[in-house]
Structures are given as structure tokens and as C-alpha cells.
Design a binder for this molecule. Sequence first.
Ligand SMILES: C[S@@+](CC[C@H](N)C(=O)[O-])C[C@H]1O[C@@H](n2cnc3c(N)ncnc32)[C@H](O)[C@@H]1O
Length: 251
Amino acid sequence: MSTRIEFWNRMDNYEESIISLYHRPGTSQLLQRIAAIVTPETTAADIGCGHGYFLGELASAKRILAVDYAQNSIDQARTRAPRHTEFLLQHLAELALPEPVDLALCFSALMPENHTQALLMLERLTHSIKAGGTLLLVVPAMESLLYVINQVHYHEVRQGREKESISQRMSEFLSTFNNPLGYVRSSNGQVTKYWLAEEIVSQLQQAGRTMGLEQFKVPVTWRDYAAEADWQQAVQPPWFWGWQITCGVES
Ligand SMILES: C[S@@+](CC[C@H](N)C(=O)[O-])C[C@H]1O[C@@H](n2cnc3c(N)ncnc32)[C@H](O)[C@@H]1O
């Protein structure tokens, strides 16, 4: 079993170990987007459902598919999922839903190990949606990571700690953000992928079936990235990128 799946299988205390968007300030707009789409006729999937926090938002859908490659995530999700949820243990790169769906969520679960796999995952996602259906995709923003580093640095310059700040920020940057492609090993040892907005858009275009794209920001909290401090209240919080993607037929 891959060490990545083992990582998710070991995860008990989700909130202390990882960002669930469900408990972040940007979540309300995700819930509004879901609520505007789901009807009793909807078939819906939560891809990379994790511990299942978003599954309740799909409760009124006719069919709910919850997909994750970690058995522990599926087990945890079962404890809070609507009763008619069907669970699938699948890898995103080999995603094979029993039928294309009207709505798929993929929140903080697009974590490829390389660029070939990234494109494959996006292809599997867009091909899992009915023509005219919607993919709601949320990923960590690379731009936000750089923004956090800059804001911390600006603050330290204001405090007169410019010299030490620069060397400390650069060494922190190099120890976590250790390659130019956005694959990052976080403090809990998990490799994740930060995405440039333009990168996702370009990959979605290559993946095919993308007809309409609406991009939005999903604010997260400062404590997801840096120790909390008073000055952070005066500046915009870090964010994840979100897209509401309308899928079409193959052109
Ligand atoms: C950060 S959690 C997000 C969970 C949920 N979407 C949420 O926002 O609360 C990531 C989840 O995606 C799953 N995951 C990561 N990579 C995956 C992959 N390649 N295929 C299927 N599931 C994956 C993990 O097992 C984990 O449960």
C-alpha cells in the first residue's frame, strides 16, 4: 500500500491534522453553490470525501456516491453520511463511477504525485460528469502560499527584523516548498500539491469536456499556514482556489 494511503488511514483527529474546508470561513459559499444545484433528481458524488463532512449537503440528492482511496476515510465518512450514500474505494486516477453524475465535489483531494497523474485525475473527473453537469473543484493555491510568505516578511520588516527575516523566510520556504512544481511536504509529512490558477485552467482545457469555468477564492485561516497574530486581522486571509466547472460533451 502506498505511504500516502497509509497516511490517510492513520488519520484519526482530522481537525488537528489537516485542513477540512468544512470548518473554514470560505465554506459558506461552497454550501450555497451546492444547495443551488442539488435537487431530488440530482445524482451527486463527493470525490476524495475524507471524513464525509460535505456529504450531508448532498442529502436531498437521488443518488450519492462517496469516493476515497483510504479505507479509514470511508469508515469515518459512514458515521456522518446520509443513509442512501454508496461508498467506493477508488483512486482518483482510476476513478470509475457507476454512472456519470450531475454534480461532483472534489475538495482538497487533487493530490497527484506527478504531472502525468495530475492530467489523468482531471480527465477522470471531467469524464465522470454528465453533459451539462457541474464539477466543483477546490485546491490549495500556490499564489496564496507565496502571499503568506510575503505578508509574514512585510510584518517582520515593519518590526525592524528585516535581515533575520529574509534568511529565516528563505530557509523555511526552501524546506517546505522544495520544488518549483508545487509539490510540498507539509509539517505532518504529507506531500500535497499547490496549484497555480492558470495551471488548473490549462490542465482542465487539456482534460477535455470543460465548457464553462467560474473561478472563485475560498478563504482559509491564517493558522493553516502561520502562527496566529494580531496583524493578520488587517490583511486578507490565505485562500484556496475554487472552480465551478460546467462539463460538456466531447468536442
Ligand atoms: C484533505 S482531505 C479532504 C476531504 C474532504 N473533501 C473535505 O474537504 O473535508 C483529502 C482526502 O482525499 C483523499 N485522497 C487523496 N488523494 C486521493 C486519491 N488519489 N484518490 C482518492 N482519494 C484521495 C484522502 O484519502 C483524504 O480522505
